[in-house]
Design a protein around this ligand. Sequence first.
Ligand code: GLN
Ligand code: ZN
Length: 772
Amino acid sequence: MLTHNLGYPRIGSKRELKKASEQYWSGKTTQKNLLQVGKNIRQENWLLQKNEGIDLIPSNDFSFYDQVLDMSMLVGAIPKRFNDLVSKKVSSLDLYFAMARGYQKDDLDITAMEMTKWFDTNYHYIVPEFYKDQEFKVSSTKVIDEFYEAKQLGVITKPVLIGPVSYLLLGKEKESGFKRIELIHNILAVYIEVLEKLYDLGVTCIQFDEPFLALDIDEEVKLAYQLVYKKLKTRFPEVKFMIATYFEGVIQNLDLISNSLTFDILHIDLVRNLKQFDAVLRELPDTVQLSLGIVDGRNVWKNDFRKSLEVIFEAVRSRGEENILIAPSCSLLHSPCDLDLEPDSDSLVPEVKQWLSFAKQKLKEVTMLKQLTFSPEDESILIKLDNNTACIYSRQTSGLIHSALVNERVKNVTDQDANRNSNFAARKEKQKASLNLPLFPTTTIGSFPQTKTIRSWRSKFKKGEISFEEYTGYLREEIKQTIKIQEDLGLDVLVHGEFERNDMVEYFGEKLKGFAFTKYGWVQSYGSRCVKPPIIYGNVDRPAAMTVKWSSYAQSLTSKPVKGMLTGPVTILQWSFVRDDQPRAKTCLEIALAIRDEVKDLEHAGIRIIQIDEPAIREGLPLLKNEWQEYLEWAIKAFRISASAVQDQTQIHTHMCYSEFNDIIDHIANMDADVITIECSRSQMELLDAFADFKYPNDIGPGVYDIHAPRIPNKEEIVKLMYKAQQFIPEEQLWVNPDCGLKTRGWEETKKALIAMVQAAKQLRAQVPQTV
Ligand code: GLN
Ligand code: ZN
């Protein structure tokens, strides 16, 4: 039985790669230095995995930006618009970064390739661009170099490549008249050439990541799978092919995998989908070895050895130990690096810390499981098993986790709790009377520029260099100015600016019970951007109001309505590490009840409009479509529970970003927010296509300009976008607002953009014949 790993975090345990890349981009360090930082991380990772006793260690899992972009470089899928750079002879690393981030220099203005989410993770990859009859050619030596580099260190690695079918499926057709899967013949030659080189260097096993084998695929894709793996295997009979699947189970493709694919090892994700286990044991031919993805690569909890051993023993009994491998469920890219770095603190107390395991600890778990399989009698190993059992037991029974009160409350939730008192039409009448807003009301999404000064106050306050009073004093001053600016701009519904928040989830997590925070628990989100998700370990509870002071203060400064600003339950859930000892739906409901209490408190304090942001509702959708319904049901219900405890007069807003809501628009309507503000300026209101068939019942503010770019919109283009919106949505339902929060923008551009926006709204109002 061998142990192996599918991929290790490449950002460095203290985010060394992030820092070096950003310095390089801003011209503060040399390419040589950046390359050296990358090399150090790779070496550290390989040696660490070797020391931890991993038998098959991956290479080519390192990346300076993204592993899919690495593949595009490898196969030469470089979009034509980058030709100017190629002919300018910029270095291949600069070309690579230009593809990821765009290139604006020396009269060139080349847009970056698109970025999108890696399956249902919070990692984002660079989307390959495909054209009809596209030719591929080997254009990078990275995978070869890394294999060689590790070999020099005495490690014969298992190079990781995204398999040809998944690579094509991850991309997009950039012209019509073909399907990208048809490019399979063209791309095959490149894989053969790369494998030849690796073979010459002594490669013995290659990991082909084929996550699409765990999803629903059509016949054409299945045929492509058969074709490529047959050809590759015939060509390289001596190299072991490991087909890695993850994030779902392979049951729906088991026939294809078992009967028509030629390969040596199948890796399955048993953390995400244990149901596939029996079927795979039964149907996978004996000639294929099975890799058990048994240690959770996506979450932070310690492995339950006793449970895992049951699975391993069953596999060993059924297929013989020589045919079994054990591994994390997926690449450890999605785990924080090293729990050992975490100091004990109030945000991560020792009791909670003993339940956790990050990437480095997960490797240890994999090797320990192997030892436990083979030497169940060995004294020193048994101690480890006992330790593990004790930790698991401690988590099951801890008073920190289990609150009878919260459980009771969850049990007593009724359907009525998810409903407002009256329907939208009745609410709208009352809100009209109490808020007295014009047609095309203007508002923003919540945050205003988070300047360096604000961030320095926060960091000083956290370090204890300024007192709480000083800190809040500064923030209040900032709020005061922001309210004044909004009044001067002529906005109709104001916000306090969210200056007190570092991050829209972390802020609430810090105030809720049941959340822990790490100091170094960073996970790559895209490129150099890393996130540090909170860890939800216990029943969620709200000991005290979280936002009321800020919102009431802001409201006290103006007679215009100020929106209270909250993050919704689904988004808090989605952007955290979530407990795995109860269904996500229940955790989400607990958060919803906490937010519900906050909503009530805000209303009580005289806040007449409350926005509950749910930017992550779309990304929580399961990978398999037949599971969408169940998710949408509990997710939408959680939102409604958070929003429904208020009077009819109180107006509930929600906000969403990252487009592509068209396929779930009816569910979004079902959230029954009085107003939704939604991102759609980047796609020129493509979103509105959904409204051609679907009559959105409540009020809606389609974002009229893209806040992700520094560009300032002008009045005319905003008016034009709103005209487009009016073709689908009656004017009395429309709001005018930017497409997301303004915290990443500067004040100057923000003011100019909002001036244009308010003017646009005025023009729209003037054009309405009879004001209602
Ligand atoms: N209210 C948040 C803000 O304005 C919303 C952020 C988001 O949608 N991601 O920043
Ligand atoms: Zn947004």
